[in-house]
Design a protein around this ligand. Structure first.
Ligand code: NAD
Ligand code: TDX
Length: 364
């Protein structure tokens, strides 16, 4: 591996799909905030999870705004995707339906975005690579697929390596695995320049409040019950969103074509330990936590081996104690942002997912 070599140049034009979501918007804010000349087009469908407000810091800064374009559209639509890929040096695909519980309730959108959407992006990248071969453009675009540790399935012991078999166990993670495999097949068959990242459970500012950490912070602020699935001893490896975004950028610039990179968080914790840290920071009592019926097919543990990423010269910058304190404070200070996210269709979702569970809940 050659960490020094930059595979896409220092001032690229990037197409960032899903760039109005949690991790995608952190990536956009971070890269534009470097003020190094990089130009970004965001393509986002603005589903319930995508919000233009997540890009306000960049859009309100004239120097950054001049290098940012926002396109409202769907990655499954080639008439939108093709001209955008034609202008890009690299495509980073963050777009996905990303919540496991919703994939259990309604799987279809996960397959449309996670499989057909990836196919449409790959076809566009393949066409542009052909144009590069015929001299119609200077170089072929790179395709980075943002994937997840969940593709390995539940890992009872040890740490998953990139060469391990994929064993996804939810419609969400099965769709993510399918997207990855499709991308890799383009590398093998057409020589498409593909890199894949498998990030750990991510947390931080601007995370949609359906996920464990922001749901529990915002419920606790309002003294609402915190619905802990099963025994709460499931383990996740928590990665701060700014490290996730920066690690993706590192792989974009330095990763080898056709390679997969785990992005671990190096903070392996039970859900109970995470909840305790949130409550301590907020000064709220454990009695808010309620044991509820478990998630079906609930993965017990994820854990990533980060040797390959370390070999590329990347190190995380934010430890969990600092990151969770800052995240709790961000939600406390940005009440309007999360109350807006928890409006509209939120109540229906919350009722479907939690009403019966909370009615039958017990002390945790
Ligand atoms: P998110 O749900 O916050 O954001 C997803 C974004 O994609 C939203 O802005 C949404 O509007 C957009 N989108 C959805 N379908 C689209 C479509 N068909 N066309 C265009 N845009 C579409 O998700 P996130 O947590 O930011 O996750 C981003 C990526 O990272 C996903 O691919 C996810 O699988 C992966 N990932 C997430 C985590 C995590 O813990 N959140 C961990 C590892 C990997
Ligand atoms: O209400 C809840 N109660 C609860 O106990 C919720 C929402 C979650 N949990 C548990 C389930 C998991 O063990 O907390 C843990 C974390 O749950 P989520 O935040 O839903 O994350 P997870 O299912 O682990 O998946 C996340 O990490 C990998 C992201 O949502 C994915 O997009 C990513 O790929």
């Amino acid at each position: 591996m050659n960490a020094a070599r930059d595979r896409i140049g220092s001032t690229p034009r990037l197409l960032v799909t899903g760039g109005a979501g949690f991790i995608g918007s952190a990536y956009v804010r971070d890269v534009l905030g470097r003020r190094d000349g990089t130009r970004i087009t965001v393509l986002d469908k603005l589903t319930y999870a995508g919000r233009r407000a997540n890009l306000a810091l960049a859009e309100d800064d004239p120097e950054q705004a001049a290098r940012l374009r926002f396109v409202h559209g769907d990655i499954v639509d080639p008439t939108v995707v093709d001209p955008l890929v034609a202008e890009a040096d690299a495509v980073l695909n963050f777009a996905a339906e990303s919540h496991v519980d919703r994939s259990i309730l309604d799987p279809e959108a996960f397959l449309s975005t996670g499989v057909i959407g990836v196919h449409v992006l790959l076809e566009a990248v393949r066409r542009e690579a052909d144009r590069a071969t015929s001299g119609a453009r200077s170089s072929a675009p790179r395709f980075l697929q943002v994937s997840t540790d969940e593709v390995y399935g539940s890992v009872h012991e040890g740490w998953s390596r990139e060469s391990d078999a994929l064993a996804p166990r939810s419609p969400y993670s099965a769709a993510k695995a399918a997207g990855e495999l499709l991308a890799m097949s383009y590398h093998a068959t057409y020589g498409t320049d593909v890199v894949i990242t498998r990030g750990s459970n991510t947390y931080g500012p601007y995370q949609y409040p359906e996920k464990l950490i922001p749901l529990f912070i915002t419920n606790a602020i309002d003294d609402q019950p915190l619905p802990l699935y099963g025994d709460g001893l499931q383990e996740r490896d928590w990665l701060h969103v700014s490290d996730h975004a920066k690690a993706i950028d590192h792989v974009l610039h330095h990763g080898d074509p056709g390679e997969v990179y785990n992005l671990p968080g190096e903070a392996q914790l039970t859900n109970r330990a995470v909840v305790a840290a949130i409550l301590e920071r907020l000064g709220k009592p454990w009695s808010l936590v309620r044991t509820v019926e478990d998630r079906p097919g609930h993965d017990r543990r994820y854990a990533l081996d980060g040797t390959r990423l370390a070999g590329l010269g990347w190190r995380n910058l934010t430890d969990f104690a600092t990151g969770i304190a800052e995240t709790v404070d961000w939600f406390r200070d940005n009440d309007a942002w999360w109350r807006e996210a928890r409006s509209g269709a939120w109540d229906d979702y919350y009722r479907r997912q939690y009403s019966a569970r909370l009615a039958a809940s017990r002390e945790a």
